[in-house]
Design a protein around this ligand. Structure first.
Ligand code: CP3
Length: 344
């Protein structure tokens, strides 16, 4: 069964008849049916922790566009939440956390109730593995330790993620203790997702790009490698896609040193460079600008074709360079799906 899934073929480096596709944040606010389910669920976290709702919103984009992969509906911040940190999602502001920026606050977090807290997520994965269409692959995910740490330390998103960088410079040992906890917790979390039925894992390192070279090695590459090693000790074959957003010229180093099976390209990378320097090392995923999905029109059509052409020798998974934004017209997503289906 698995052999016939186009997405699994591409992510494991095999040839495909056409590139498989899915979109980061394919379940989300651009879909009216998502807004309806979210309204029913109450809060965003209730949506994540109620398998009935989480399964439903995961399936919504598949019904419309028949993507080659479904991604578990959840959020990267359920990990700090399950460790005992206070996490809220506030309309118009995004996530807000009680900052963990001292050793004393860190010592209050623990894994005692971690898997109990996340049990509904595992239940969602297990139900999805039975309910998605047979040719669709199921992706589980987590945030990379660095990106999750930036929210935990800063208490919110910010352009430069300064709080975590500062803590790491001022008290490296204390910050490292947080990163060690995240490597352990995230590995356990992803292993449980595979056990529940996830076929592929994606690790989102959304804020990798603002790390200087030495810190990039210390806080992006090394923790990601340790995380993947722990997962592979239990599941040696599971494909893992890394997304070191903003890594620029460090993408090849990231691929070589972390052990990812495939890598998700952000919008900044020139296609020729990415083909020569990255696709030559591993399957690539990406990298349409999400704003082209908002604009639509000839600019969208051309950009989709340019990406398909650039990576046509494969393996390539068509995706965006970052997540779908709420103002995206659903018919533009349908247009991209149509171009990809007719390609090749
Ligand atoms: O891709 C999918 O369809 C699966 C679900 C998914 C969500 N978040 C749902 C979500 C995934 C894979 C994520 C990952 C995530 N979450 C990342 C890494 C990828 C990226 O986008 O950079 C990050 C940094 C987060 C943290 C987070 N969650 C932020 C910063 C926000 C607020 C910003 C925003 O877009 O509103 C969220 C909320 C969130 N996570 C929403 C969704 C659908 C919107 C919440 C809502 O419905 O109000």
């Amino acid at each position: 069964m698995t052999k016939t899934k186009r997405f699994i073929q591409a992510v494991t480096g095999q040839k495909t008849d056409r590139p498989p596709f899915w979109f980061m944040r394919q379940a989300g606010r651009y879909l009216p049916e998502y807004m309806a389910t979210r309204g029913e669920a109450g809060s965003f976290l209730d949506l994540c922790y109620t398998p009935d709702f989480a399964v439903e919103v995961t399936l919504q984009p598949l019904r419309r566009y028949q993507m080659d992969a479904a991604i578990l509906f959840s959020d990267i911040l359920v990990v700090p939440h399950a460790l005992g940190q206070k996490v809220d999602f506030i309309k118009g502001r995004g996530p807000v956390l009680d900052p963990v920026d001292t050793s004393e606050k860190l010592s209050r977090l623990s894994m005692n109730r971690f898997h109990d807290h996340l049990a509904p997520v595992y239940e969602t994965v297990s139900r999805l593995s039975r309910e998605i269409p047979p040719k669709t692959a199921l992706i589980g995910f987590a945030g990379a330790p660095w990106t999750v740490a930036t929210y935990m330390v800063g208490g919110q998103g910010s352009a430069d993620q300064a709080a975590a960088r500062l803590w790491a410079y001022r008290d490296e040992a204390a910050f490292r203790a947080l990163m060690d906890l995240l490597v352990t917790a995230t590995a356990d979390y992803l292993i449980r997702q595979v056990k529940a039925g996830a076929e592929v894992l994606q690790i989102f390192d959304t804020w990798a790009g603002n790390l200087p070279p030495e810190e990039f090695r210390k806080w992006c590459i090394e923790p990601t490698k340790r995380l993947i090693d722990k997962i592979r000790a239990v599941y040696p074959q599971v494909p893992v896609i890394g997304f070191p957003r903003g890594a620029g010229p460090r993408y090849p180093d990231y691929v070589r040193k972390t052990g990812v099976s495939a890598v998700s390209l952000d919008t900044s990378l020139p296609l020729d460079w990415a083909r020569e320097q990255v696709q030559s090392l591993c399957p690539v995923q990406g990298n349409l600008d999400p704003l082209l999905l908002v604009s639509g029109g000839p600019a969208l059509d051309q950009a989709v074709k340019d990406i398909l052409d650039a990576f046509r020798h494969g393996p390539h998974i068509f995706n965006l360079g970052h997540g779908i934004v709420p103002q995206t017209p659903p018919e533009h997503v349908a247009r991209v799906a149509e171009i990809i289906r007719n390609y090749g």
